[in-house]
Design a protein around this ligand. Structure first.
Ligand SMILES: O=C(O)C(=O)C[C@]1(C(=O)O)C=C[C@@H](O)C=C1
Length: 364
């Protein structure tokens, strides 16, 4: 066993080594940022698109492979995702519209896809996100598309009829709810505010733990948190990000009645990401009102062994009892069999629109 002096000397040496390593990491980050900037200039000179999600996926996978599990894998992935996301901003300003206000689950999805360095533009509604993106005041938009408990966000699907944007990415965010207020004390709560979905998802917990406290629906969980930040008698049901953003204390965490609740978001924009090997394609179509029409469309996928991940009908609106369909399948439009299938069903459908092919999001 070494004596105290020797241990202290060794500790000092090691800390100096850590400082040196940190400087090297910083130098590497600066170098990477500069190199990526030059790559961006070259890509622009060649007239190719700057954002390349398939290359990004390859970069992350290569690092994870080289690591061989030595550095904790989840953290390594998060670190490199943030590095790559930040380096994107060396090439072009990433203006991203999302369903606000700050600290909504859409904001969490936007942060997951674009990292902290992007320029985020909170919007008041899903339609505003579409509008900002279509008008190119934002390069991308982030909108919720479906929740594993509540189902489809119809405002998002319906907006594709009115706006010319494509789906360029997919993000999954686990939904957890915390009860937040200024003091962190349950006794101070005179009213609970939240989005109707969040209130519905915490109904049992509220009945058991705050039976006599009134609840009120507001437009978003983040809006409820913003309110709680100025009114000490109000508690909000909102995300951990909302607690940090609005400096609130946690009265109780994870109060949702069902665990495993996940929301799927789409990144919308005018880019068409190339294939990554693990992609999805989304389509919108309408068919004539005759026996077997939908069956013919579906068999076109089945005979090519293309897996469907979702199919949903929505009222066509212009005529009662007419429907159109949203369909997601595995694969990219540049994959031969997906392209062939789309060509075939375009002959069966009255109307067919390709909404986009994009890298499949990863569930945590
Ligand atoms: O390799 C490229 O094409 C780059 O532009 C570099 C880089 C990266 O940081 O690795 C940055 C942005 C692109 O979306 C893909 C990758």
């Amino acid at each position: 066993m070494k004596n105290k002096k020797e241990i202290e000397a060794r500790l000092k040496d090691l800390r100096e080594e850590i400082d040196k390593i940190d400087r090297t990491i910083l130098d590497c980050l600066k170098r990477r940022y500069a190199v990526v900037k030059e790559v961006g200039e070259l890509k622009r000179a060649l007239g190719v698109k700057v954002l390349d999600l398939s290359r990004e996926r390859a970069v992350i996978n290569k690092i994870l492979e080289e690591n061989q599990g030595e550095f904790p894998e989840k953290s390594l992935k998060a670190i490199f995702l943030e590095i790559v996301h930040t380096c994107r901003t060396a090439q072009e300003l990433q203006k991203v519209a999302y369903l606000g206000p700050e600290a909504t689950f859409s904001h969490m999805a936007a942060l997951k896809f674009f990292g902290r360095a992007a320029n985020f533009l909170p919007q008041e509604s899903v339609l505003d996100v579409f509008e900002e993106t279509e008008a190119e005041r934002a390069k991308f938009g982030v909108v919720p598309v479906e929740n594993s408990i509540e189902g489809t966000v119809s405002a998002t699907l319906d907006a594709f009829s009115d706006y010319k944007v494509k789906v360029c990415g997919e993000v999954f965010i686990p939904i957890t709810h915390d009860l937040l207020n200024q003091s962190g004390r349950k006794e101070d709560i005179k009213k609970v505010l939240s989005h109707p979905h969040a209130l519905a998802q915490c109904r049992k917990w509220l009945r058991k733990n705050l039976p006599s406290v009134p609840v009120e629906e507001v437009s978003s969980t983040a809006f409820a948190a913003r309110w709680a930040a100025v009114d000490p008698s109000v508690a909000a049901i909102a995300s951990p990000l909302a607690a940090r953003t609005y400096h609130l204390q946690v009265v109780a965490s994870r109060i949702e009645d069902f665990h495993g609740n996940v929301t799927r978001f789409w990144v919308i924009g005018k880019e068409n990401p190339g294939p990554t090997g693990k992609d999805k394609t989304s389509l919108f179509f309408s068919i004539s009102d005759r026996p077997g029409a939908l069956f013919e469309v579906l068999s076109s996928f089945a005979k090519r062994q293309i897996n469907l991940s979702k199919i949903e009908s929505r009222p066509a609106k212009k005529e009662p009892w007419r429907y159109h369909f949203f369909l997601d399948c595995e694969g990219h439009i540049e994959d031969g069999k997906v392209k062939e299938c789309i060509d075939e069903i375009s002959r069966i459908c009255m109307h067919l629109e390709w909404l986009g092919s994009y890298p499949a999001g990863e569930e945590e």
